[in-house]
Each structure stands twice: as structure tokens, then as C-alpha cells.
Design a protein around this ligand. Structure first.
Ligand SMILES: Cc1cn([C@H]2C[C@H](O)[C@@H](COP(=O)(O)OP(=O)(O)O[C@H]3O[C@H](C)C(=O)[C@H](O)[C@H]3O)O2)c(=O)[nH]c1=O
Length: 187
């Protein structure tokens, strides 16, 4: 009912809930607390987010919320397709500054679990891309933080074939080297 795949970043997981297809379409339990616990995932989610990116090439990120309102996220694509990215920013982590990215789409039904201590961002790959994601803490604007999506020290390959559409906040975000991460790695 749920396939969980580890990634190159410990704690970042790729999830594929089973879809029951029939002549009408499909049914899928997109999130099941007990099923997640069977895979050792006990993240408590408190807020669902949903955004629409009208144009392909829209990039939102790289964002985080600092403690005491750090957020883990469970991300999926409600419509269209997106390239979802997580970056490890835990001081002392063996994978500090490293990233992983996966195509999440309505078609493939894949989800990405991103723990606290990681940046999150995505690029819309199609027009009218909708992202839907669970957060483990509430929005706290005073804890909102960002790093530039095109930080050369991180080196994300977004697969964009055009200049990205960014918010003013994202266009003005600092580089990783210019900011003190609020997260520390715990082995
Ligand atoms: C995130 C958030 C935003 N807002 C309000 C604040 C702004 O007035 C408006 C747009 O916010 P923002 O431009 O930060 O939205 P995104 O650029 O999509 O940011 C999100 O995109 C990346 C990919 C993330 O992972 C984060 O959840 C979040 O940073 O929604 C809220 O009211 N609650 C919220 O939880």
C-alpha cells in the first residue's frame, strides 16, 4: 500500500502510495498515519498547504522555517508536474549543502518527505502546477527563511529551459555561505 525509498540524504524519503485503478480512474490513500508509522515515519503534521503556479518555470524556494517553528514537509503534486528539491543545511552534517531532487507529478503520484533542517523548493514543470504539502508546524512568518535557488555552492540542476519566475523574496534571498544556519546535525 505504500513504497518508501531512501535517498542520498538520510531522512529525505520518496514515497509512493498505491493507486487502485478502475474504469472510473483511481483511488489512493494519499496519507495514512498508521501506514507511515509502519515505515517508521512518525512525523506529526498540523497544516496542509496548497499553491498554484500558473506558468512552467515558476520556482518557489529555497525556503525553511527556523526553530522553534521548524517544519518537516510531505510534498505531492495535485496537478501537472514539478521538480521538488531538498537541501541539507544542518551544521556538521556529512551531507551539508547537498541536494536531492525528484519529479513529482499528478501522473506518478510520488511524494517527498523532507525533515526539519532542510531547505525546500520546487520548479513547476507544467503550466497550472498545483503543489499540496503537509507541514509539521504552523506558519510562523518571523521564522521564515530563504536561500537562493541558484546558489552555486549548492548547484541544483532545476532542468529549466527559461529564466525562472520568482517572488521578490526569492529573488533577493542570500547565498548559503552568507547565512548562519539555525540547524545542527545530530548523529
Ligand atoms: C508558506 C505560507 C505563506 N502564507 C502566506 C504568506 C504570503 O502572504 C503568501 C505567499 O507566501 P510565500 O510567497 O512565502 O509562498 P511560497 O513562495 O509558495 O512559499 C512556500 O514555498 C516553499 C516551497 C515552501 O516549502 C514553503 O512552505 C513556503 O515558503 O502566503 C501563509 O499564510 N501561510 C504559509 O504557511
Amino acid at each position: 500500500m505504500l513504497t518508501v525509498t531512501e535517498t542520498a540524504l538520510a531522512g529525505v524519503l520518496l514515497l509512493e502510495p498505491r493507486r487502485f485503478g478502475d474504469h472510473r480512474g483511481f483511488f489512493c490513500e494519499s496519507w495514512n498515519k498508521s501506514r507511515m508509522a509502519e515505515h517508521g515515519i512518525d512525523t506529526e503534521f498540523v497544516q496542509d498547504n496548497h499553491s498554484l503556479s500558473k506558468e512552467a518555470g515558476t520556482v518557489r524556494g529555497l525556503h525553511f522555517q527556523s526553530p522553534p517553528h521548524a517544519q518537516a514537509k510531505l510534498v505531492r503534486c495535485g496537478r501537472g508536474a514539478l521538480f521538488d528539491v531538498a537541501v541539507d543545511i544542518r551544521k556538521g552534517s556529512p551531507t551539508y549543502g547537498k541536494w536531492v531532487g525528484y519529479e513529482l507529478s499528478f501522473e506518478n503520484g510520488k511524494q517527498l518527505l523532507i525533515p526539519e533542517g532542510f531547505l525546500h523548493g520546487f520548479a513547476a514543470l507544467t503550466p497550472e502546477t498545483e503543489i499540496i504539502y503537509k507541514c509539521s508546524d504552523y506558519y510562523a512568518s518571523e521564522c521564515d527563511g530563504a536561500v537562493r535557488f541558484d546558489d552555486p555552492d549548492i548547484g541544483i540542476d532545476w532542468g529549466l529551459d527559461r529564466d525562472p519566475i520568482l517572488s521578490e523574496k526569492d529573488a533577493a534571498a542570500p547565498l548559503l555561505r552568507d547565512f548562519e544556519t539555525p540547524f545542527s546535525y545530530v548523529d
